[in-house]
Design a protein around this ligand. Structure first.
Ligand code: FEO
Ligand code: CA
Ligand code: CA
Ligand code: CA
Length: 655
């Protein structure tokens, strides 16, 4: 969610004076060390200028390019120049194909998309809204196919004011959506699984694919791990606390070596209304941003989202959910051992001894970076042996030291402060209140940790820190060195053995450094890239990333400074060699959109991207949207869509 930009949609994150930051004690300053190491000048603000909608170019085949600016990069594409436009653009020599749009059919019998009549029944069988995490699983299962597979797509949230006519602004829509519209919104959430195929150079969906699936805010799920059955997990619909309905705000995700998908529940707090003070849980709800101010109208029409009527329902969200994409009947499982917070994603790396490590950021200002390490090694020869591997292991939180070390602190009941004296009676309590437990351990509050990915070539772990405009000069630390960090940065963690064949991702200590500091060099203090990065290659608000098989990083952004004429996009850079951190702009999103879920096929010939919330600009409405991407048909609002970018000559991306 591009919360820094949503001027007409203030969120609890945006408005701490009204609603409070969730983390009440964002940390011990070590400002003097930092001042010496990085300097301390405040950044220039981007503010949140309204977009001059009418002035945006609409050309559908605009390919604005500037000549390659040289430098030692291994990437050969001519970089785009920054611009705001109603349409998207990709570097010359490449083609962006629309794979699936909001409202396109997923399940047999799906109604054709009708923007004048978005209903629960139609939406339940169609592609949902605001696509985010993307994952490609080859067909047949176990093959190396890069032309045919299942595309798993998170459907993070809905923009009712762009989905339904007559609701006015985003803020007005919040309280105007009807009971029927809320049901349609619930069906537009969750996950889609779609069979896709590349034929004659074009990606498309396979009609009525056998494994196609819609998971929604209503899909029955199992709750497993230390919080299953806990008193706070029980509701009137589920007195045992072991069965939940649905998953919401699924942002990024990950997968496992045994072939399952992890979908991460992020800003679940925004769905809950009612007065937390009328429940026994006001304090913990506040710590998670449930403060009686919902961004949706679900709680007025669906009792379980009203904390006064169902005080425990919110504890059943904020988890990582595992499911088998190849089995449309499999019951998704909420894996509580991985902790409860605003999981951006959950990406894995196999440690040298076969144990599997899952990295996950808690995407909010001043929240923490976590990893979960399975107790046992995974078994490549026996899928059943891995079935419940995610229920047994250790959750750690990161403490970044100024001397370049990172300590991984275990969140284990009975250890350190995680005892009954502090309200932790068992591991269930620790995972339900992960944030409070991590703060007690002294974890480092970060500048919104988003995607965390491991580079398959050098074994290093890259953490996207999207921004934190609220960090003060007194609150800077080595890993978050800029006050008013509106552009974000990327931290690089180097586990023991990185660069060799046996990387110890499970180790409790590693080293770290800063890969890039975003913003415009020469304008935004502290902005740092390769010195050959051009005027077009700088970025703002790194959010998701992926690696190609050569170990080059592809970073997508969420929160570009529109007042500087910059749209969100996809940038690429080498991570090693002479071109390290020489970022280049490869793809520019349509106005209002962020770019999510970069997913590169194993042959490096396709990058799938989720183009989320096109047209989510201030003042944009269903009737007068800032763009009608990708259809550009009068009366049809913008449609969040998955695209596939391929090279026109069929070659590998970036080469
Ligand atoms: Fe859904 Fe953290 O962005
Ligand atoms: Ca985002
Ligand atoms: Ca994100
Ligand atoms: Ca990713």
């Amino acid at each position: 969610m591009r919360d820094d930009q949503r001027t007409d949609v203030p969120t609890p994150e945006d408005d701490p004076d009204a609603l409070g930051l969730s983390n009440p004690a964002p940390h011990a300053p070590i400002g003097e060390i930092i001042a010496a190491r990085y300097g301390r000048r405040a950044l220039l603000g981007t503010g949140a200028a309204a977009v001059a909608l009418a002035a945006l170019p609409a050309g559908v085949d605009a390919q604005p390019v500037v000549p390659r600016t040289g430098g030692p990069s291994t990437l050969t594409f001519p970089e785009l120049r920054h611009q705001l436009a109603q349409d998207h653009s990709v570097a010359e020599g490449y083609e962006a194909q629309i794979v699936i749009r909001w409202g396109d059919p997923v399940l047999p019998g799906a109604a054709p998309f009708d923007p004048a009549n978005v209903t629960e029944a139609a939406q339940a069988r169609q592609f949902g809204y605001n696509c985010d995490y993307l994952d490609f699983h080859p067909l047949p299962r176990g093959s190396r196919s890069a032309d045919h597979g299942l595309l798993v797509v998170n459907q993070e949230y809905t923009n009712a004011h762009l989905m339904f006519p007559g609701l006015g602004s985003a803020r007005q829509a919040r309280t105007r959506t009807t009971a029927a519209q809320v049901r349609a919104e619930m069906m537009a959430h969750g996950v889609s699984v779609i069979e896709v195929k590349r034929e004659g150079g074009r990606w498309g969906t396979v009609a009525e694919g056998r494994q196609n699936r819609r998971i929604t805010a209503d899909t029955p799920m199992r709750i497993a791990g230390p919080a299953a059955g806990a008193a706070r997990m029980r509701t009137s619909a589920d007195p045992a606390g072991t069965r939940a309905l649905g998953t919401i705000n699924n942002c990024a995700g990950g997968n496992t070596p045994w072939g399952t998908v992890l979908t991460a529940e992020e800003n679940f707090n925004y769905y809950f209304g009612g007065d937390p003070a009328k429940t026994p849980h006001a304090e913990i709800m506040r710590r998670y941003g449930i403060v009686g101010s919902s961004l949706y109208n679900w709680w007025t029409h669906q009792d379980r989202f009203n904390v006064e009527k169902e005080p425990n329902e919110s504890f059943r969200f904020g988890w990582v959910v595992e499911f088998d994409p190849y089995d449309p009947d499999s019951v998704p499982v909420k894996r509580t051992a991985l902790g409860r917070f605003k999981h951006e994603g959950a990406t894995h790396a196999v440690s040298a001894d076969g144990r599997v490590v899952f990295y996950s950021g808690d995407d909010e200002r001043f929240e923490f970076l976590y990893k979960f390490v399975t107790a046992r090694a995974w078994n490549p020869n026996d899928r059943a042996a891995n079935r419940d591997l995610l229920d047994d292991g250790t959750l750690y939180v990161a403490k970044f030291e100024a001397d370049g070390k990172v300590q991984w602190l275990p969140l284990v009941h009975g250890q350190g402060p995680l005892t009954a004296a502090n309200g932790f009676n068992d591991q269930g309590d620790v995972v339900i209140e992960t944030r409070r437990a991590a703060a007690l351990l002294g974890a480092t509050p970060m500048d919104r940790p988003e995607d965390v990915e491991t580079n398959p070539v050098n074994g290093r772990v890259y953490v996207m820190l999207t921004n934190n405009s609220r960090r003060t000069a007194q609150q800077v630390d080595a890993a978050n060195p800029r006050a008013r960090n509106v552009h974000g940065h990327v931290v690089e963690i180097i586990p023991p053995g990185a660069g060799t064949a046996s990387v110890d991702h499970a180790a409790t200590e590693a080293t770290w450094g800063i890969f890039i500091s975003a913003g415009k060099p020469g304008v935004d203090a502290g902005a740092q890239y390769h010195r050959a990065t051009s005027d077009q290659g700088w970025m703002s608000c790194p959010d998701n990333c992926a690696f190609d098989s050569k170990g080059r990083i592809w970073i997508s952004t969420d929160g570009a400074p529109t007042n500087a004429g910059v749209a969100d996009g996809l940038y690429a850079a080498d991570t090693a060699g002479q071109g390290r951190a020489l970022t280049r702009l490869f793809y520019q999103a349509p106005t209002g959109a962020e770019v999510c879920g970069p997913c590169i096929t194993p042959d490096d010939r396709t990058i799938f991207l989720a183009i989320q919330h096109p047209g989510e600009d201030p003042g944009s409405t269903f009737e007068r949207p800032s763009t009608r991407w990708p259809d550009f048909v009068d009366g049809t609002p913008p449609r969040p869509s998955v695209i596939a970018i391929v090279k026109r000559d069929g070659g590998t991306i970036g080469d």
